[in-house]
Write a protein that binds this ligand. Sequence first.
Ligand SMILES: [Zn+2]
Length: 354
Amino acid sequence: MDREIDEFLLELLRSRSPTGSEREAADVVEKYVGAASVGGVRRDVLGNRYAVYGSGDKTLMLAGHMDEIGFIVSYIDDDGFLFFEQLGGHDNVMLPGRRVAVITKNGYVYGVTGKRAVHLMDAKERKEVPETHQVWIDVGAQSRAEAEKLVRIGDPVVYDTAVRRLSPTRYAARAFDDRAGCYCVFEALRRLSRDSAKTDYRVVSVATTQEEIGTRGALTAAYGIDPQVGLAVDVDHATDFPTCDRRRFGHIRLGKGPVISRGPNINPKVFERLAECAEREGIPYQIGAESRPTGTDARVIQMTRGGVATGLLGIPLRYMHTPSEVADLDDIEGCVRLIAAFAKSLKNSDDFSF
Ligand SMILES: [Zn+2]
């Protein structure tokens, strides 16, 4: 189906919010969700943002992380070039030749990542993937003093890429991971609010921080919320492109619906409930197997306090952790609808122990 991208999602995708500096995405959440949340959007000392719908003795926590991978400026040399460390896991093949935005207290400073040109390499060097310290950021400064007027050590950096429509439903963007999931947990809450939906559970949607360096925002958020049921919503690897061995990575396709995960990190009754809700609502879905604690917020939500019945929804994504991730709006819309249906399905009498 031909879809217009929701302004809320578009603004989330355009926001620059590397791990530990998630303020821009948080501002977008506050702008679009404030009116739908009981008492407005709340914040905490890790930078998490919370919205609440309904009331009830039991709580459903919906988590979508709003941080993205990036870099942090760690050294400025005598000629004014910036060196950096990584925030989250990058593929170093991607590092050179990029436009970047340094986020400073006075706004953005734009730069490029530099590396010696191919003509100036020997045969062996041409085959090598650069180590992080072998790439630098050039902001046009001609000395350390000039660079230091613009940038401070510790300033975060992200790739400077635009959101582009590739086809009627498919978009390329820098940070679908995980603005797509962040959008879903708040858009589902907005729709519950718009429809004045009846829910037994209180629903708390959280834009979590610092997921990319170990689900740190979700850890404290889940403790504070103390939910009975939790859903993490993140991106999941689509494997429908050349060179992806399905025997190793399974078969997940873009546009075929959100991925409902199964495995030890997932409460089996929550999985079944999600699948039932999808069937009932006519939402296409896929099933993904996770043999270990996942690298998502679901990992820490499940292990909170005395344990939380946890599910994981994944939005299929190509080229994760590159400057050009590709996702399908139909999958995102399916995910929003599935979350809302799941929230409405929860009854006080439900028992997720097994
Ligand atoms: Zn990620």
